[in-house]
Design a protein around this ligand. Sequence first.
Ligand code: CAA
Length: 286
Amino acid sequence: MDPVTRLGVVGCGLMGSGIAEVAARSGIDVRVAEATPDALEAGRRRLTASLDRGVRRAKLSEEQRDQALARLSFTHDLSDMADRQFVIEAVAENRDIKTDVLRILDKAVEDPAAVLATNTSSIPVVDLAVVTERPAQVIGMHFFNPVPVQQLVELIPALLTSADTVQRTRDFAEQLGKQAIQAPDRSGFVVNALLVPYLLSAVRMVESGAAQPEDIDRGMELGCAHPMGPLRLLDLIGLDTAQAVAESMYEEFKEPLYAPPALLRRMVAAGHLGRKSGRGFHTYDG
Ligand code: CAA
């Protein structure tokens, strides 16, 4: 299949900015959309900071950073996605917001063969596909945080996704330098189905007073060679996102192991969202 040359990314939060960065660094023209000027500016800053960090870490030259920046354009208006061949939505993990975005994209993107991919972590892809007129070209393409570092992409064909769309998405993942696994269209797919109960168990351990966050994290880092313990990982993912993912999974399976613990809900209500707010199970500077 022909490589993708014009990509759209909707949402420039942690995931969207990472996806846009990886694509721009792979030589693709990327148009990024955000709903508000503030969110767009924050996304642009995050993207630039990550590219600068890449230069400092000698992952890319200043020239490559500048070339990547030149391939990125920003908009508030989803009708600017008209000429895109492939669009990934990476907006908040909220069914209504994602549904709205897919409906608008379906009308805005002119090429009827263009793929509309969703980076949802837990919402069944078929529920998003059926709001469009092109369900055969809707697929889950689930990236992992931090996107520039994690190699994996889960491909989630829904019941209505065509074999051609799966192949084009697999080729596109490869074009981005990622490795794909195919996952079932069940809430949580493969990785979160295993990861989320583990993360929530760590929250319950804190909630019950059984162990301190520092000890839980050190336990898994030093005892099992995880790059970060479960509470630091929750802080990286964002506690609001983790709560939303757990809620979708609980809604699907009604299994207590997916139910977000009260402590997680209270922390989200308090605005302790993890790294992005400066405080979660741990505190962060800057
Ligand atoms: N962008 C680009 N590169 C980055 C980066 C970023 N945001 N963050 C880290 N890196 C790179 C660094 O440049 C560094 O590369 P080198 O070693 O080659 O110089 C490397 O990653 C390690 O970074 P650091 O030394 O700064 O820090 P670290 O060793 O503590 O690693 C980490 C940080 C990469 C986040 C690592 O701790 C890790 O992999 N943690 C686990 C993350 C994980 O499990 N992610 C999945 C979350 S689940 C999810 O995303 C799905 C969902 O639906 C919820």
